[in-house]
Design a protein around this ligand. Sequence first.
Ligand SMILES: [Zn+2]
Length: 340
Amino acid sequence: MRGVILHGPGDVRVEEREHPEIIDATDAVIRVVAACVCGSDLWPYRGADEADAQKMGHEYVGVVEEIGSEVRTVKPGDFVVGSFVISDNTCEICQAGYPSRCVNATFVDGSIGTQAEYARIPYADGTLVATPGTPSQEMIPSLLAASDVLGTGWFAADAAGAGPGRTIAVVGDGAVGLMGVLAAKQMGAERIIAMSRHESRQALAREFGATDIVVERGDEGVEKIRELTGGLGAHGVVEAVGTQESMMQAIRATRPGGSVGYVGVSHGVEFPGIELFFSLIHLHGGPAPVRRYLPELIRLIWDGTIEPGRVFDKVLPLDQAAEAYAAMDQREAVKVMLTP
Ligand SMILES: [Zn+2]
């Protein structure tokens, strides 16, 4: 079978790999129906993270081909959505709502790599969720979004305390930031401020529910958020970038007592302790516990309440994965779907 391997910065290749097989009784093997390139894949692609013949891809939807003898909740033929972290969904950490740090957690990226034709999913019951039936072609991008960007944006909006009467600001106009806007809207936020300087992304943010757009960045951006909120700052801020600038922008744009939901993979971020101390804010974030939200997200997609798949603005066959990475790297595409 074919799958994407990153050999080094900018070196994306589609190569022949071993066809996955059931190893443990709790495994499932799925045929990947759609996968995609994530903003976080750009860190190793750009050389910010090391990559040495790494299997790429952690977002996926597919059809179950085969299951181990102990798998109970999915069966061959089921259409499934999985989280980007393998989880048993039974340990204390999972039960508390944090399956992305399950005691048996494995990151799909690197170990499995779903930018491929097939994938072995350990702890299938704890990782995969079957859809109510076979989805239409139009619904597949939205279900794929649930696998990471939607689930991550959802967690970030939740962690930022989105809800009725709240003003939520979103730092980052990539797919996760845009999904954070959609999530905040679904959670009933009254005002949603998207921080973006790209016209096409601003338009998408508005479609997803943004009420205001702020084009300024850094301290100017913070100043603008304060102006829009009576000098107080937002009740909650979604941070979906992971840089020093974006993190400080999020912290400084949050009012005392408010919350930052941070999901941008942190790179070189350092906190000035004394500023954090006096900010009096909640910080909650990390790898999103997507599996916790999957059943609800699938339901909202299935009944047509949300259409997060609109975030995909390019579709390419798996063989053209290199082009997909380049398009995301150059910001020519918000998010690229790959079809094997
Ligand atoms: Zn667990």
